[in-house]
Design a protein around this ligand. Structure first.
Ligand SMILES: [Ca+2]
Ligand SMILES: [Ca+2]
Length: 120
């Protein structure tokens, strides 16, 4: 099943690269359906974690490599049907950036600054 999803993602990537500009064809961690996936480094690399709910305070949450996600997110893949908004401060404050459903970005606008997120 996982292999099938990778193949589907690769096919989708070929079709939609021009639109989203960042389909992670060979990500180290494949972002599966319904998940909002956060990565420590650019191009969906480095530490990885995923969410399906709001998070008002990144402090205390870690990537799979043990590093805190607070002020470290550099790329995002949104395989959820909802759009999500990221904030540079906790409690949905500060500067924000929105990622649309089923898109991804190799480099977020506020690199290493996000501290909370919620659905749009
Ligand atoms: Ca980073
Ligand atoms: Ca911050």
């Amino acid at each position: 099943m996982r292999k099938g999803m990778v193949a589907a993602a690769m096919v989708a990537g070929l079709v939609s690269t021009a639109l989203v500009g960042a389909a992670p064809a060979f990500a180290n961690q494949v972002c599966i359906d319904n998940d909002l996936c956060l990565y420590e480094d650019g191009r969906m690399s480095g530490g990885y974690t995923w969410f399906e709910t709001n998070d008002s305070l990144y402090s205390g949450n870690s990537f799979d490599n043990g590093h805190s996600i607070n002020d470290r997110v550099s790329s995002v893949s949104n395989m959820d049907h909802r759009c999500w908004r990221f904030y540079t401060d906790s409690l949905y404050r500060g500067s924000s950036w929105t990622i649309q459903p089923y898109t991804a970005t190799n480099q977020v606008p506020h690199n290493d600054q996000y501290s909370s997120h919620k659905t749009c």
